[in-house]
Design a protein around this ligand. Structure first.
Ligand SMILES: *Cc1c(COP(=O)(O)O)cnc(C)c1O
Length: 389
């Protein structure tokens, strides 16, 4: 909102919210580690758990500018951000509609914790308007989405969700982690609350665990009223590190977008690859929709090996591309959803969601394309050799 909207994305990343070092004229925001501040007046009491230390406030401004909203808040983890947002807008007797595929931690939070708060929930059958409409009830208060979805990169229409929420006076929320604010700004389509696991693209170096939320001042006040009581704030040192990470986010994410698109195309033409799921490919079922609402298609993709290639052995044989549970770092990583995020589901339930044993989720980093290709080729060769003996 306001003047930051006219700034270029790299300028926002590098500068918005920065604290001026009046004392020494240093180039970057000073780090204020104080957990104790003199109170200025009754309204302004600074304290880390009140989410209002100088560094927390500074970073909140950058997050808000990145997501085109009025306010931003930083949390101790992505799940702290998710859980605080959900509990801030849901109470006993309320109902929420969520998508059928959901980040594992969010799914667990809903199915393991909601009963004790008396909150009801429905997972929509699919990602289209009719699926979400069918799941609505009289007591529905929140409409929650994740797009692109994990791991098949299916796209939900953000304007459709925002309109549906307005029609039924619901609060709309998105877990915008997979896209990052560089590739997708849901507020532009009317979505109310943007949630990020800042552990992923915002942190970007696989060395920070944090969460972020962007929303209007009014929505954020409601979240803050709960958050100060629960206490999921982030250490100021990590807040300061996250500010440093965000300075290069647009550069990193754009490089990852470009790499992922090139790798998706290369994998698509490979004889040992059955299918590639990437919204930037013209044969992806949601290509047109992705093009309409995303600025880049992200660094995430998934691909399925042909059944005769052992996916596990292939992953073990990779040398440069690391196996990892997390994603979005500058280094490329890979995981098997069937063995990890979706490992607790029955094979039938996995098949129903389109997740085969040969499906691999690929988080593409900033390495050169030729090095990623060389690593994949040598792994295919190693697996083929093993199978001959
Ligand atoms: C990782 C992740 C989260 C949870 O974030 P943490 O920082 O691990 O708590 C939530 N949503 C998505 C889509 C994620 O990838």
């Amino acid at each position: 909102m306001g003047k930051t909207e006219k700034m270029g994305i790299n300028t926002i990343c590098a500068h918005v919210g920065e604290i001026k070092d009046e004392q020494f004229k240093g180039a970057i925001s000073p780090l204020y580690m104080s957990s104790s501040y003199a109170y200025e007046n009754v309204d302004v009491k600074r304290y880390p758990r009140y989410f209002n230390t100088p560094n927390q406030e500074a970073l909140g401004k950058k997050i808000a500018a990145l997501e085109h909203t009025e306010a931003g808040m930083i949390f101790g983890s992505g799940m702290a951000a998710v859980s605080h947002c959900l509990l801030a807008f849901l109470q006993k007797g309320d109902h929420i509609v969520l998508p059928k595929t959901l980040y594992g931690g969010t799914y667990n939070f809903v199915v393991e914790e909601f009963a004790k708060f008396g909150i009801e929930y429905t997972f929509a059958d699919g990602f289209r308007e009719a699926d979400f409409r069918k799941a609505l009830q009289k007591n529905t208060k929140v409409l929650y989405v994740e797009t692109p979805s994990n791991p098949l990169m299916l796209i939900t229409d953000l304007r459709m969700i925002a309109n549906l929420a307005k029609e039924h006076k619901l609060v709309s929320m998105i877990d915008n982690t997979f896209a990052s604010p560089i590739n997708q700004n849901p507020a532009d389509f009317g979505i109310d609350i943007m949630i990020h696991s800042a552990t992923k693209y915002m942190g970007g170096h696989s060395d920070i665990c944090a969460g972020a939320v962007a929303a209007s001042e009014a929505h954020m006040l409601r979240i803050w009223n709960l958050s100060k009581n629960i206490g999921g704030s982030l250490s100021d040192y990590t807040v300061w590190l996250l500010e440093r990470s965000l300075k290069t986010m647009a550069l990193r994410v754009k490089a990852q977008n470009r790499n992922a698109k090139r790798m998706a195309k290369w994998l698509q033409n490979h004889a040992l690859v059955k299918k590639v799921h990437y919204p930037g490919l013209k044969d992806h079922p949601d290509y047109e929709l992705a093009k309409r609402q995303m600025k880049g298609y992200s660094g995430m993709l998934s691909f399925e090996l042909i059944p005769s290639v052992n996916a596990e052995a292939f992953m073990q044989a990779l040398k440069l591309i690391k196996q990892s549970m997390s994603l979005a770092g500058v280094e490329s990583t890979i995981l098997s959803p069937a063995k990890t995020s979706h490992g607790l589901l029955t094979p039938e339930a996995r098949a129903h969601q389109g997740i085969s044993d040969g499906l691999l989720r690929f988080s593409v980093g900033i390495e050169e394309k030729k090095d990623l290709i060389a690593d994949i080729e040598q792994a295919f060769k190693a697996v083929a050799k093993k199978e001959l003996v």
